[in-house]
Design a protein around this ligand. Structure first.
Ligand code: SAM
Ligand code: SF4
Length: 335
């Protein structure tokens, strides 16, 4: 039975949270240089990870009590979870089923796309930073670009539409592919978005001066294409989008660092080990797993969730003297 009326999840600044990012694992089968070191990271112990039933319960509480409407599954690499299809079926079967999407590196997508779609997944974002095999191997430290191409085709064919592609431009590595990648994405019917690199790599190597900014991306695109801004539907959508050359094709830029969208943030995050985070850059976490495993009832968990939101900061503050990187890297928070 659903909770009768979800009460919106608001913070001190009046922001209403309707989007939940759920990390399903901190492990990955790639080693993107801007994300984790070549040797990987000390992974979370298996017992610390939320089970499928625990994840489903937290999502049910989020939709029934707190007004969450969209859920994005991520990681680490979420396709590494053997129970992913079953979990998606569980989430899609909830009385107030949220709209379900997934962020993946695409490596295992060719095999899984039809089953994921059949289980109730609506859309995928696939991360791909280059079209060149040797660069892919350099950026991800694995020679797997063909698997990603196959995964993209399979996602498109399975109707996980629109297939979006997230690309992180890295100066001196792939920043000369900004225009070719958009030409290629349009040709294949994928929606490309460029993401500014954030100080969330495990190695702490991020350097603002090396980051390719949204302005630079746009300057390169504008030299080749005619871009017309897409009117923004929801103020909270982080991607600014443009129509390309008078067609319905679009390109997006997510300027998390240079044009932060914190004022309109509607996101809350759950790590694979059941810690609630109010922001990618939050310094605190709230331990929902401990509550889950101590027989707390749904109302108590929803109440803890609301209290956590009251601690959400106004913005990430990157570039201010007070900014301190979070203790966990992106791959362990859930990107
Ligand atoms: N493994 C999946 C993938 O790569 O799509 C999901 C997790 S990954 C952490 C999610 C997104 O975060 C990817 O699009 C990736 O490119 C991006 N990402 C990772 N580290 C980043 C960083 N330091 N700055 C900006 N984006 C980053
Ligand atoms: Fe893995 Fe995604 Fe991080 Fe790349 S960005 S190492 S695919 S978690």
């Amino acid at each position: 039975m659903s909770h009768p009326i979800p009460i919106p999840l608001t913070d001190r600044f009046g922001r209403v949270h309707t989007d939940l990012r759920v990390s399903l694992t901190d492990r990955c089968n790639l080693r993107c240089t801007y994300c984790m070191p070549a040797e990987g990271l000390p992974w979370l112990p298996a017992d610390d990870l939320l089970s499928r039933a625990e994840t489903t319960r937290l999502v049910r509480i989020a939709v029934d009590h707190l007004g969450i409407r969209t859920v994005r599954l991520t990681g680490g690499e979420p396709l590494l979870r053997p129970d992913l299809t079953a979990l998606i079926a569980d989430l899609a079967g909830l009385d107030r089923a949220p709209e379900l999407s997934l962020t993946t590196n695409g490596i295992r997508l060719a095999r899984l796309a039809p089953a994921l779609r059949a289980a109730g997944l609506r859309r995928v974002n696939v991360s791909l930073d280059t079209l060149r095999p040797e660069r892919f191997a350099l950026l991800t430290r694995r020679d797997r670009i063909e698997d990603v191409f196959e995964g993209l085709r399979a996602a498109h064919a399975a109707g996980l539409a629109p297939v979006k592609i997230n690309a992180v431009p890295v100066r001196g590595v792939n920043d000369d592919e900004i225009v070719p990648m958009l030409e290629w994405a349009i040709e294949h019917g994928y929606r490309l978005r460029f993401i500014e690199q954030m100080p969330l790599d495990a190695q702490g190597a991020w350097d603002r001066d090396l980051m390719v900014t949204a302005d630079e991306v746009l300057a390169r695109l504008a030299a080749r294409f005619t871009l017309v801004p897409v009117p923004r539907e929801g103020a909270s959508a982080p991607a600014e989008e443009w129509y390309v050359d008078g067609t319905a094709a679009t390109v997006g830029v997510i300027a998390s660092v240079t044009r932060p969208f914190c004022g309109a943030c509607d996101r809350v995050r759950l790590t694979a080990d059941g810690q609630l985070r109010t922001c990618l850059f939050a310094r605190d976490e709230s331990d929902l797993r401990a509550l889950l495993r101590s027989d707390a009832d749904d109302a108590a968990i929803a109440a803890a969730w609301r209290i956590a939101l009251l601690g959400k900061g106004a913005g990430h503050g990157i570039g201010t003297p007070e900014f301190v990187r979070p203790d966990r890297p992106m791959s362990a928070i859930g990107g």
